[in-house]
Design a binder for this molecule. Sequence first.
Ligand code: NDP
Length: 291
Amino acid sequence: MLLIDGKKVAAELRQKVKDDVDAIVREYGRAPHLAVILVGEDPASQIYVRYKEKACEEVGIVSRIWRLDGATGQCALEKLITELGASDDIDGILLQLPLPRGLDVGRCLSLVNPKKDVDGFHPENVGRLSIGLPGLKPCTPYGVIKLLEYYGLSPAGKNAVVVGRSNIVGKPMAMLLAAPTPFGNATVTVCHSRTADLGAACRQADLIVPAIGKAKLITREMVKPGAVIVDVGMNRLPDGKLCGDVDFEGVKDVVSAITPVPGGVGPMTIATLMSNTVEAFRWRREKPLCP
Ligand code: NDP
């Protein structure tokens, strides 16, 4: 069984980004700037933003955090997103989700300048992904593809099952796996909470990508021997430990490759955010998204 080492692959990707940032500084006289907007006090979001800040520091990207009060109104948030979109000093914009209740996430995301949309959630980038045009891709699913690529685990011609259909993970994951690209070309099934027989769907899969948010939902009986599992799920157990959507101990002897949680997809998400920030910097200057 191959234990897919997300920490190692992410460290290599961050090193590559650092080299890219150094080259940008030499060429343009400044590093890429990432603007992070954090609204309210959600404890998990505070932690994620701290990780992102630290990762930026490591690779030489300049990050600036806009910490807004939880009572911030829609208008004030929209004004900030629009101003950052127009500012020549800002290369990437990240709106940390979830937003406090009462704020319109869809409207905010669609106001992010698509060329600075490092999360790949703007409708233009979603559209670009769906029709195979270059664009900024959502960090988590793109990180999954990079893991498969690193280990030469090509999904081409294989049956892939994505469990989850969220806009940020499941849907873009399915699109990337089905795309006619070197690490796409899979035959993809998307499962969700209304899937009649999740076990039957998973048992025919050569590759399972669970993005559910339910600890250990995917068990040994649901996995075909030799399957590859890339577990996106991150769940906090009552004892405080993190675990994925897969019963790792139960399946580890039947799979051919699997990611651990933590140490699998999580580090890739942040490393991909760093590489997306460099992409956004270059796209605006060297290869405009909208010629
Ligand atoms: P969402 O809650 O938005 O989506 C969960 C999906 O799982 C939904 O499509 C839901 O179906 C489906 N689902 C729920 N219960 C079942 C079930 N019993 N059987 C089949 N499908 C089910 O979550 P996200 O997509 O935002 O995140 C998913 C997981 O990935 C979470 O654990 C999250 O913490 C983790 N995550 C990890 C990241 C990382 O970097 N490692 C980054 C982002 C997320 P329906 O649509 O019908 O409700």
